[in-house]
Structures are given as structure tokens and as C-alpha cells.
Write a protein that binds this ligand. Structure first.
Ligand code: FAD
Length: 185
């Protein structure tokens, strides 16, 4: 069983958590529910006619908890990677994890502290692949952090899901897709 930490409880972090929590791994999302979603009113989230960002967050947090992830209201104050070992610091102390997803939102001080920097240009470029994977083993950056000029809730949620499936595929050693079928009567 892998220990997976997600920093950030907006749509990016929570979507990653939902996919990961449906596996047999231990998943913790860190965040104090201070996402800018609380200023949003969504009319452009596929499958939902219209919903306030706050109602969306309440539903998403409940869904993630019901799937088995832990929601921690602690702020992560530091992350470090030494000899492949990933450590995360909160006021409760240090925790070692196997995988780290950073979904910090507009600013990304923790990612910056690991040397992950936006290259400013015509478009801002964040050095991650299409699954949010960084050059540091087992460390991902997703959502608004990874796409500073393309910030939409559904894009962040998609990014989180892609990172989660990439992590599950690495753990399983083969490509993972999380597909369900409707129950038979
Ligand atoms: C006024 C406004 C209206 C908007 N309207 C829409 C809209 O209509 N449709 C739409 O699609 N999008 C809209 N958006 C954009 C949408 O809110 C963002 O795209 C979305 O919130 C990005 O999600 P995210 O998960 O990438 O980042 P965020 O939602 O920013 O989440 C990041 C989270 O990480 C937490 N965090 C950061 N660092 C730490 C740390 N060290 N420890 C613990 N937690 C940490 C933050 O507190 C935050 O909760 C709007 C935004 C604003 C401001």
C-alpha cells in the first residue's frame, strides 16, 4: 500500500484524491478549504447545469471522504526530497510519503522550493508532462499551478485525475483506467 499526499483541496487536489482513494492506497489531502472556488459560480462544468463554487466544494469534499481519503485541515509548511525520499511537514511534524501531488493553486511556493519554476514566455510553461509528472520522481504538479493561464475548475479536475491514474499505473505496473458499469437489476 502506498502513502500518497495531496497538497491542495481545490478541484485539482480533490479530483486526484477521488481516483486514488478508490484504490487500496492511503490518501491524505491537505488544505483548509480556502480555494478561490468560493468566489466562483459554475455555469461551465460539464454535467452540472449550474452550481455555486461553495456547493461544488462541499459535494466534492464529501465524495472524496466517502471514497476513503482523509481530509486534513493542516497547512503543509515544507516539502523536501532527499535520496528519493519525500517528506512533508505540517505543525504536527514530518510525514514520509511515496507519492506527492502539489495542487497549490495560483501560487506554488512548495513546488518552487523543490526547484519547479514557471518559465515565463508567450505562455507560462510549467515543467510537467501531460500527467502532471515533474522531473522529480513521484512528485506531480497539477491544476492551476501547472496551467497558470488556463484556470478552469474542470481543467484542474482533469489534471488531478490524470496524475492519479499515472500514479496508480506505476503502482500496479500496468495502465490503469477506473471504469465502472451500471449495476444490473
Ligand atoms: C471570481 C472567480 C470566479 C471563477 N469562476 C469560474 C467559473 O465560472 N468556472 C470555472 O471553471 N472556474 C472559475 N474560476 C476558476 C476556478 O476557481 C479555478 O480554476 C479552480 O479553483 C482551480 O482549482 P485548483 O484545484 O487548481 O486550485 P485552487 O482552487 O486554487 O486550490 C488550491 C488549494 O490549495 C490550498 N493550498 C495551497 N497551498 C497549501 C498548503 N501549503 N497546505 C495546504 N493547502 C494548501 C489552497 O488553500 C486552496 O484551497 C473562478 C475563479 C475566480 C477567482
Amino acid at each position: 500500500m502506498a502513502e500518497i499526499a495531496i497538497v491542495g483541496d481545490g478541484p485539482g487536489g480533490l479530483s486526484a484524491a477521488l481516483f486514488l482513494a478508490r484504490s487500496e492506497n492511503s490518501v491524505t489531502v491537505y488544505g483548509i478549504d480556502a480555494t478561490v472556488m468560493h468566489y466562483a459560480f459554475l455555469n461551465n462544468y460539464l454535467g452540472i447545469e449550474a452550481i455555486s463554487g461553495t456547493d461544488f466544494q462541499t459535494a466534492a469534499r464529501n465524495q472524496v471522504e466517502q471514497a476513503g481519503a482523509a481530509l486534513s485541515s493542516e497547512e503543509v509548511t515544507a516539502v523536501s526530497v532527499n535520496d528519493g525520499s519525500i517528506t512533508l511537514t505540517t505543525e504536527s511534524g514530518d510525514a514520509e510519503v511515496d507519492f506527492l501531488i502539489l495542487s497549490e493553486g495560483k501560487q506554488m511556493p512548495l513546488a518552487n522550493s523543490l526547484g519547479i519554476q514557471v518559465t515565463a514566455g508567450e505562455d507560462d510553461l510549467v515543467p510537467v508532462d501531460s500527467n502532471g509528472k515533474t522531473a522529480i520522481d513521484h512528485v506531480y504538479v497539477v491544476g492551476r499551478s501547472a496551467r497558470p493561464s488556463r484556470s478552469q475548475a474542470i481543467i484542474s479536475a482533469g489534471d488531478g485525475a490524470a496524475a492519479a491514474l499515472d500514479i496508480l499505473s506505476e503502482i500496479e505496473g500496468n495502465d490503469v483506467q477506473d471504469w465502472d458499469s451500471p449495476p444490473k437489476d
